[in-house]
Design a protein around this ligand. Structure first.
Ligand code: R5P
Length: 293
């Protein structure tokens, strides 16, 4: 029987993955901080001879916890150790844009690869790397949320026009549009800084009357989405619906973004009030060895 070990903050998500899986025991991690802030971890389950899945929705904050848990599991006789990181961080700094910058995608991949035996994630932000295999030295499973998002749109949005805000989003927009049997368009984005984004929209006049649905993999500052919604408004479209895979929504981004959208929903790769589409069954199936079609 597989053992699932939830890291702090990932307990509810892990319980859903365990409930959706077969032959899975939901373990428990005792976690606390010593007075100086250092971490105490104790695995409250017997991992001997079993495959173990460490579930971590915030690997940035908890990477050291992952390392401590993985080492403890090995010392206690666990079998293959998988890191389930539904949102895989450090994928956006994938090149050295200015002299002296750290290419954090590479470093993070090296650290994870030397800590666990396998990685399962959802829609990693692949831009300059074609696949995770170019970065990671361990087997990686990159699941796609597009079929789930397509289903959600079919049930929730009438007469949709699927829109990707930048060239990178074409992969998701095209797959989701096919699933929803809707047309799609891709906008052009120029990023001028962490919170400065310019979007230009091709002439979408022939789609007027449709409900725009903006799709993006990540919402962080929310500027990409708000700039896209504003640009669509200038062409006479109504406030768009928005679906994001990874709802980071840093600081007041969600409040600001909500002002220009009719509705914002996300998958539950990260816990957020906008979560409406669950990837837990997808992950349970991948852990059980089923391939996504
Ligand atoms: C970048 O290329 C991604 O696909 C997202 O569009 C981007 O990360 C969103 O960031 P923000 O919300 O800060 O504009």
């Amino acid at each position: 029987m597989r053992l699932l070990v939830p890291l702090p903050g990932s307990e509810a998500f892990s319980a859903q993955v365990a409930a959706a899986g077969r032959n899975v025991e939901l373990g428990r991690l005792e976690f606390r901080r010593f007075p100086d802030g250092e971490r105490y971890v104790r695995i409250d389950a017997d991992p001997r001879g079993r495959p173990v899945d460490i579930v971590c929705q915030n690997a940035d904050e908890h990477f050291l916890t992952v390392a401590f848990v993985a080492d403890a599991l090995r010392e206690l006789g666990a079998g293959e150790i998988t890191l389930v990181a539904p949102y895989l961080g450090y994928m956006r700094q994938d090149a050295r844009f200015r002299p002296g910058e750290a290419v954090t995608s590479r470093t993070f991949a090296r650290l994870v690869s030397s800590t666990v035996d396998r990685l399962v994630t959802v829609d990693p932000h692949l831009h300059r790397f074609a696949s995770l295999d170019e970065l990671y030295d361990i087997p990686c499973v990159a699941l796609r949320a597009a079929p789930l998002i397509g289903d959600w749109i079919v049930h929730e949005v009438a007469n949709p026009l699927i829109i990707g805000p930048d060239a990178e989003s074409k992969q998701w927009a095209a797959e989701i549009a096919a699933k929803a049997e809707a047309p799609f368009a891709v906008l052009s984005k120029r990023r001028r800084g962490d919170r400065e984004v310019e979007i230009s929209v091709p002439d979408l006049g022939r789609h007027r009357g449709r409900q725009p649905v903006l799709i993006d993999d990540i919402a962080s500052s929310g500027r990409t989405l708000t700039a896209a919604a504003e640009a669509l408004g200038l062409q006479g479209f109504p406030a768009p619906v928005c679906v994001v895979v990874h709802p980071i929504f840093a600081g007041d981004a969600f409040a600001k973004t909500s002002e220009v959208f009719r509705r914002i929903v996300s998958t539950d790769t990260l816990p957020h009030s906008s979560n409406a589409i669950t990837v837990t069954s997808l992950i349970a199936a991948a852990l059980a060895g089923e391939r996504q079609v």
